[in-house]
Design a protein around this ligand. Sequence first.
Ligand code: HPA
Ligand code: ZN
Length: 367
Amino acid sequence: MIKAGIVARLPKVDLHCHLIGTVRASTFAELARRGRLALPDTPERIYAGCNSLPPDPELYRDTRIPVPQGRSADEPEISYSLFQLSNWVTEALRDADDLTRIVYEAFSDAHTSSATRHLELFIDEPRGRLARLGYPALVEACADGIRLAEREFGMSGRLIAAIDRSRSGEQALQWVRTVVDHPHEYVAGIGLDNLETVGAPELFADAYRLAGAAGLGRTAHSSEHVPAAANTITCLDLLGCERIDHGYFVLQDEAVVERLRAQQTPMTVISTTSRRSWRPWRRASINAMLEAGLNVIAASDDPGMFPTTLAGEYRILADDLGVSYDRLRRMSLAGVDACWLPAVEKAALRERFEGELAALDAEVSAD
Ligand code: HPA
Ligand code: ZN
């Protein structure tokens, strides 16, 4: 067993974290009350009820690792999906200062809870009042939050423009065109999120092509809700993704697992950010991915809305799955290698990690 302090202090990179999903319950409560947002319950109780339900339980009847069908004892009486919650949080945001604040708080929380040194945040296409800001002002507001974190915490950060897969391919293309037409040093790539059963990856081929031609990094949530590995192949071959977010259902297909192992495609995984009854299934899947030799990198996803942090995700691997210090150490460096910083900054980050890890190695071997 690795000592708790070691896992907490292991330097980390978080490659899969949604800005809206980082918003603290207390910040949401303050902003929702300020805006007199009409909500079905108090902000605190809504956050406590965050529990996405599966799109269609029938889909998961026949999976290699059985997906729990019933409710677990800790399932809340009233559930609010992550997507519903994200809509309310977005509605509560008013202006550039709100954005700078939530970005700063995301970095601050990651720094304090997890020794996160570099954080890449998914940002959505602006909606509601934020749409009036316009994309350049929205990105600048987020960049201001990152700059504060660079100065105060010595962290680095980047933004990833996320395509909402419930939108059409044409809408996604327009969004990516906006991103490409306004290049910004802090916007490093694009991603694809929301419910996978609703938006197949091939719908977004044009948007991904445009991003690739502009030199942006490409990642996508894949094989998360659809119990098949085929979407991940589409993400790699058609969309040109160099990273995959989630990817648990790649385990359905041995040949796909073999390819991902051979390529060592970085795959960001999160144990906690699913329906509560599914969490043991996620852990079992991550365990199988590790055993298959995949380049699995723990991430935090939506740490404001679910009871987790990046360090908490590493701790689950260490304590519940018995992952060794050596393996977590490799994961920490794999996060650096897979991040979307420019080469010079990435090399500096790697050097910093190697220094911090050498100090931890000495502590671990002295035990
Ligand atoms: N999957 C899909 N959509 C999301 C997620 C996720 O993990 N987090 C926030 N939006
Ligand atoms: Zn996600």
